[in-house]
Design a protein around this ligand. Structure first.
Ligand code: ASP
Length: 309
């Protein structure tokens, strides 16, 4: 693979290969010294035009654990503020010698544009409402390990609940979960659904909650809403939030997931640290292993994961 820009573009074989590779990376991460020389001499540049806590730090940690050099481009203190175009910015950074760009941008499709301007590999760390493929990988990896699965999700019932319309996470997760064989249902008010969906839709969470293996809650993305799409957040919570009463109705083995950042009291109306099925912190931990897998797959030809060369 040259780039990792969307789940669909990567395809099922690459997704399965990356999940298997993530297992090796998780083993590296459990070592007392979680560092291997696999990407020594390679340079990875984080270019984030949108806010991020988890994804940026996770890529940075992943690159360091593989011994790559990491450059962090801070938009707020860059020449973008003097009007420099995206293309000039990318070409300038590329001229310093970069092997992979990790890019987040508010516009859909930017990772594809960027790959026309550089010979480096491009990893999509979130483009607008469109895609967030490493989030989908870490979600698949979390389900696979927490439910003791292989790379087949046949028969798993997963509900993705909330603001589907604005969610790149939902789009990438729908692709990845269905690719592995899961039955995915979207649960949302009509106003928070995209015009077309490829999987079934349910508007009453209470009708299906007792049958779920995974409930995946999404953040209400108020920064992307230009109009009022729900009557009130309180009403949203009453109908779609994970309340203590709904948490009790989930099957005992069911996983509770959220990509973060959470709106406590809105979609998450219960303290997740008190729910045995919550794997939200595991999602964050697993993010490092799957991003190591992606970087290694794109840049690591010929290197290995031994501690010393
Ligand atoms: N962190 C995820 C994203 O960047 C989800 C979210 O922001 O709600 O898309």
């Amino acid at each position: 693979m040259k780039h990792f820009r969307s789940v669909d573009e990567a395809g099922p074989d690459a997704i399965r290969r990356l999940l298997d590779l993530a297992d090796h990376m998780a083993e590296v991460n459990r070592r007392p010294n979680p560092k291997v020389p696999a990407l020594r001499g390679k340079t990875v540049c984080n270019v984030f035009f949108e806010d991020s806590t988890r994804t940026r730090l996770s890529f940075e940690t992943a690159a360091k654990r593989l011994s790559a050099d990491i450059m962090n481009f801070a938009v707020s203190s860059s020449s973008v503020n003097k009007g420099e175009s995206l293309r000039d910015t990318i070409e300038t950074i590329a001229a310093m010698g970069v092997d992979a760009f990790v890019i987040r941008h508010k516009s859909s499709g930017v990772p594809w544009q960027v790959s026309d301007w550089t010979r480096a590999s491009v990893i999509n760390a979130g483009d607008g409402w469109h895609a967030h493929p490493t989030q989908a990988l870490l979600d698949c990896y979390t389900i696979r390990t927490a439910l003791n699965r292989t790379n087949s999700f046949d028969g798993l019932k997963i509900a993705i609940v909330g603001d589907i319309k604005h969610s790149r996470v939902a789009r990438s997760d729908i692709s990845a979960f269905t690719m592995l064989g899961a039955d995915v249902t979207l649960v949302a008010p009509r106003t928070l659904l995209p015009p077309e969906t490829t999987v079934p839709v349910e508007t009453n969470l209470d009708d299906i909650i007792e049958d779920l293996d995974v409930i995946y809650l999404l953040r209400m993305q108020q920064e992307r809403m230009t109009e009022s799409l729900v009557p009130s957040l309180r009403e949203y919570t009453t109908r779609f939030g994970l309340t203590p009463e709904r948490a009790r109705r989930l099957p005992e083995h069911a996983l509770i997931m959220h990509p973060g950042p959470m709106n406590r009291g809105v979609e998450m109306a219960v303290d997740p640290s008190e729910l045995p099925g919550s794997v939200i912190t595991q999602q964050v931990t697993n993010g490092i292993a799957v991003r190591m897998a992606v970087l290694f797959d794109l840049l690591g030809s010929g290197s290995n994961l031994e501690e010393n060369e």
